[in-house]
Design a protein around this ligand. Structure first.
Ligand code: ATP
Length: 202
């Protein structure tokens, strides 16, 4: 990994660990943010071949009308590792290629690029970025925040957590760790400091 004049940061972390919160702060500071999960959602909701392949693999039960119900799909894949692999096999190469093109385009613009991707490390996408930043929150905080935000049960949240690399493994693979167990104000302050350091190196 090398830091170029237009660094690309891979921002990842467990579910509910604060990725989007940190990405928003970085965007306000001037970064261009690519949301890999959003790319995946767009692919699922478009009428292209991805939707067709997913419906063929998972059956029409995942449809509400003509649309894929992402919550139904999530319930299946978070409880079944083979189903998860099947879905990743369909989605990841497509997301990768869209994100790769977007990074190439943004590198020309000389802004700092942030690739927010929940599964950056699980999918082995480190090669797309110059450094990896991981958001970390304790399990209790994640459960509390997600039960409030998504109305998920603690069991569902823990099933999702166990489908990902553990926070410790993510932290070990990161160049920067942003601990979001603290107040939003403190998190913002830390991210501002990281941003200043990043821009000093350019
Ligand atoms: P997901 O994996 O579901 O995409 P995420 O990692 O992007 O989640 P966020 O959406 O940023 O995480 O944060 C999860 C929830 O916790 C949100 O409702 C957010 O507002 C809240 N949150 C994040 N950081 C803090 C904090 N430091 N203090 C209080 N609430 C926070």
């Amino acid at each position: 990994m090398q830091v170029t004049s237009t660094p690309v940061i891979g921002l990842t972390g467990g579910i509910g660990s604060g990725k989007t919160t940190v990405a928003r702060i970085l965007k306000r500071l001037g970064a261009a943010v690519i949301d890999a999960d959003g790319v995946g959602h767009d692919l699922l909701s478009s009428r292209g071949e991805v939707r067709q392949e997913v419906v063929l693999s998972f059956g029409k039960d995942i449809l509400v009308g003509e649309d894929i119900d992402r919550q139904r799909l999530a319930r299946i894949v978070f409880h079944d590792s083979q189903a998860r692999e099947k879905l990743n096999h369909i989605m990841h190469p497509r997301i990768y290629s869209i994100v790769e093109d977007e990074i190439r385009r943004l590198r020309e613009t000389k802004v700092v690029v942030v690739l927010e991707a929940a599964l950056l490390l699980e999918a082995g996408w480190e090669e797309l970025v110059d450094e990896v930043w991981v958001t970390y929150a304790s399990e209790d905080k994640v459960v509390a925040r997600l039960s409030q935000r998504d109305n998920l049960s603690p069991q569902d949240i823990r099933a999702r957590l166990s489908s990902q690399l553990s926070p410790e493994e993510k932290v070990n693979k990161a160049q920067v760790v942003v601990n979001t167990d603290r107040s939003l104000l403190e998190v913002e302050e830390e991210v501002r400091g990281l941003w200043r350091r990043l821009n000093k190196r350019r």
